[in-house]
Design a protein around this ligand. Structure first.
Ligand code: A2H
Length: 253
């Protein structure tokens, strides 16, 4: 991409108790899957979290004694950005795979769904962000495609031990109006391009290009404190609210 570092907002998606056996070592400590996003203003529309089943993640302790789950690569970067007790040192407590996270119940900021789940996305890259992605199927074609794959294929859910109630009740939430694309812009683009699955790489790229610029410059919030306001005018403010409420942190790479 461009010159200089990319700024991501890391959304703290809190694991709900009871923790699965692997995570019992943490006792009552708060555990967060930290999801890297470029679109903090879309957090009202989160329906689930994505992890890649075959990818490696670590659980490490941050400087405030919270447990973060992310890729080791990103944790190393975080250790040079003041996230850990000692600069450059990552206190790894567990080595896990995405598989170990599937089906975990989570509490995420701003979304009206009280409890959402960690689900499989097979196209997550291991060299970008934290390897954890928050899902906003109303506004991200990748997220919508992966959610539809799970919804329409019972065998795909079964393969990863995902139950119906982790997927079927969750629908895209109208949160932003994008002129010409309506209030579920990712769904509109997906339908228009007849996208078949999360692996439809070229069409998904096209869908993203169709929607993004327009969403940023002409998109209008439909929900929350900034209802009626343009995205470009509220994006930073919404990010700041998440940071102030300790629901997010800034990360660069
Ligand atoms: B975005 P960029 Cl609503 N692998 O967040 C694949 N995708 C990843 C990733 C990884 N390791 N890490 C982050 N991402 C996703 C929200 C969103 C995002 C919306 C619309 C578009 C969008 C909700 N998902 O991204 O290559 C994350 O999804 C469009 C590209 O650095 C993150 O922001 O530009 C974005 O990709 C970062 O990708």
């Amino acid at each position: 991409e461009g010159v200089g570092p990319q700024e991501y907002t890391l959304i703290k998606m809190r694991m709900l108790e009871p923790y699965s056996p692997k995570f019992k070592v943490f006792g009552k400590k708060p555990i967060f899957l930290v999801a890297a996003t470029l679109r903090p203003e879309t957090m009202y529309g989160q329906t689930n979290c994505w992890v890649r089943p075959d990818m490696k993640y670590i659980a490490f302790e941050n400087a405030s004694g919270e447990v973060f789950i992310a890729t080791e690569r990103s944790a190393r970067n975080m250790s040079y950005q003041g996230f850990t007790k000692v600069e450059g040192e990552v206190n790894v407590v567990l080595q896990i795979t995405g598989q170990d996270l599937l089906g975990a119940a989570l509490k995420a900021p701003m979304t009206h769904y009280a409890k959402i789940y960690a689900l499989p996305m097979l196209t997550i890259k291991d060299d970008k962000g934290t390897g954890v992605v928050t899902s906003v199927p109303s506004d991200s074609p990748d997220d919508y495609a992966a959610l539809v794959d799970l919804k329409k294929k019972a065998a795909f859910r079964e393969k990863y031990g995902i139950t119906d109630e982790m997927v079927l009740p969750f629908d895209p939430v109208p949160i932003i109006d994008v002129p010409e694309f309506g209030n579920l812009s990712a769904v509109t683009a997906y339908d228009k391009l007849k996208i078949q699955s999360q692996n439809d790489k070229d069409k998904l790229l096209e869908a993203k290009e169709m929607v993004y610029m327009k969403g940023f410059y002409d998109g209008v919030m439909l929900v929350g404190e900034f209802k009626g306001k343009k995205i470009q005018d509220v994006k930073k403010t919404i990010q700041k609210i998440l940071l102030t409420d300790n629901e997010a942190v800034i990360y660069y790479e």
